[in-house]
Design a protein around this ligand. Structure first.
Ligand code: DC
Length: 230
């Protein structure tokens, strides 16, 4: 379908399914998919493993000094066909999704030097276009000239319910109100931080998927991509 390749940026709130639609779209178009949250999570894992983060605290200066020891890349898993995250040559795809990383990633993602290094890497990854990238600052900072920007959200209660169903489905015992509180708190942190806060770029299209199915969402995005590609 794509004659000339473009950059597609997905930004938005946490737990609204950005990665699901971004991944599906990349597959449909034969584009590369990059999960930038996984990059901030990998830096956080490095910090934890090296005693630079723990008990909810992060040693900012210590981490900044060691940033050039961190090598992050994505490699395709030939069995699943999905990209997996590697930190200094080790597959960390599962570990970066665990609680210790989740609990420390927000403060790590606010460090200016960390963001500078990640943005540079992301721009390098997208320099040949043909890329779908998801995060919080892709359309505003990483690729301000992206040919297509989508800003995703859903009502907090809907996002909390999806997260609740997912965790219950995995056999976890969780409380809906705790999850809702966590969703609202993450929104607050992402949108109010000083460096690269989450906000809708002026030229981004809004996708609120509270009341639509995944299929409807994908079709909506594909229609827009077709238009943009002419
Ligand atoms: O999308 P996620 O939940 O995996 O993101 C993990 C954290 O990284 C979250 O605190 C938001 C932050 N993040 C960011 O600041 N900028 C990005 N481009 C992607 C994620």
């Amino acid at each position: 379908m794509a004659s000339s390749k473009i950059v597609i940026a997905f930004d938005g709130h946490s737990s609204c399914g950005k990665s699901t639609v971004a991944k599906q779209l990349a597959k449909e178009l034969g584009y590369i998919y990059i999960d930038t949250g996984a990059m901030y999570r990998s830096v956080t894992l490095f910090a934890i493993r090296n005693g630079l983060a723990g008990d909810g605290k992060v040693d900012e200066q210590g981490l900044i000094k060691r940033l050039d020891e961190i090598k992050i890349e994505f490699r395709n898993n030939p069995v699943t066909g999905e990209n997996e995250t590697y930190l200094n040559g080790e597959n960390v795809e599962d570990e970066i999704r665990q609680l210790p990383v989740a609990n420390h990633v927000s403060p790590v993602a606010t460090i200016r030097e960390v963001r500078k290094a990640m943005v540079k890497l992301q721009q390098e990854m997208g320099k040949n276009k043909g890329i779908v990238m998801d995060g919080r600052d892709i359309g505003t900072v990483v690729f301000p000239n992206a040919e297509l920007k989508i800003y995703m959200t859903a009502r907090p209660e809907v996002r909390a319910q999806r997260r609740y169903d997912e965790l219950i489905g995995k056999g976890n015992q969780v409380d809906f109100d705790d999850i809702l509180k966590n969703v609202l708190e993450r929104d607050r942190i992402d949108s109010s931080r000083e460096v690269s806060p989450l906000k809708q770029a002026d030229d981004a299209l809004l996708l609120d998927n509270s009341d639509i199915t995944r299929e409807e969402q994908l079709n909506w995005v594909l229609e827009i991509v077709k238009e943009r590609l002419g």
